[in-house]
Write a protein that binds this ligand. Sequence first.
Ligand code: NIG
Ligand code: FE
Length: 412
Amino acid sequence: MTILITNIKELLQVREENVSLIAGKSMKELPTIKDAYLLIENDRIADFGAMENCVIKKFDQTIDARGKIVLPTWCDSHSHIVFAGNREQEFVDRINGLSYEEIANRGGGILNSAKILGRTDEDDLFNQSLKRVHEVMKMGTGILEIKSGYGLTLESELKMLRVIKRIKNTVPIKIKATFLGAHALPLKFKNTKRAYVDHIINDMLPVICKENLADYIDVFCEKGYFSLEDTERLLVAGKQFGLTPKIHVNQFNAFGGVALAVKHGALSVDHLEELIDDDILALTGSKTMPVALPTCSYFLGIPYTPARQIIDAGLPLALATDYNPGSTPSGNMNFVVSTACIKMKMTPEEAINAATINGAYAMGCSNEYGSISIGKKANLIITKDIPSYNYLPYAFGDNHIEKVIINGQLIN
Ligand code: NIG
Ligand code: FE
């Protein structure tokens, strides 16, 4: 099956050479071709270029993209999209003055979601979660990382990871799975945190690996959750089971988690709302991708990750949703890109680089996703008729997407 897209007003993120990430000043550059064509062969990008050079005569289907912009689908490298129920009441409690921390201390927060998930059966959890994945696909997400972490018991963590596996086998987009057993301390282990970490290491990790249920290991490295010492034990154990670290760090406090993650070869460090010079130093020269989650800051009213500081230090930056019921009940990458421009002072070029190629890197997939390059997966967004790509983040909250193509096929 071949599809020729013609008369594309502007084709974004065109990379002739296979780059794996974009860092520092280069993030301000977004290579494009105006008045372009793109040829899809089966599930891959087979050719592209300026319309005037288009000599392709043989194809099965053609899409006229006059007035429209074409770009790679969003690469969302951080989500908790598998969850049960919602936390609307906590949202209202926060409006009425309680903090995220106060709600968590009352047994709300992550433990509240774990309670609901515990009594939700696997099929129900699958159906609730699958619906959300279909929604984010329509909003242009073409690869998605999904974490466990609302189980917090062996049984429920396995339930979550099996649901992630079923989603992976059901949807056309690529899914990466992350084991986040260390997301919060279950009540049962209230005064014996070390025993819970032992439980994760000795009882959960071996089963998860035997069933091949995860690609990455995550820890909520934060005051009141898991310390540097806990985090290190978990990362070391995870690596022994072949799981690469990819961790929650510096959401509320910066105390050395970034350097620890880098030391253990983390693929990404996510959140970074709080950032100290030592973190920048640790990331410099490393292979670890910093990931910002601006719609989490938006929803909780906490500081935004200092993107300018990170990028101006020559580092790369990726953007992701953090879609979860507590801190970010939205999986809309378009809104993430807008918020990054509006609140973090990223240029549209930087934000698009961060939400495509750098997001793909943060899932170990930038060789196949995240740019318009020959041989990469044909995962594309075709916008409506819009004036320029700046309009995508500028006219925030509107849906500018007309079509989404995943693996060379149009989805509804
Ligand atoms: O990334 N910070 C830790 N985990 C999630 C929120 C979890 C929740 O509140 O349910 C996050 O923001
Ligand atoms: Fe998260």
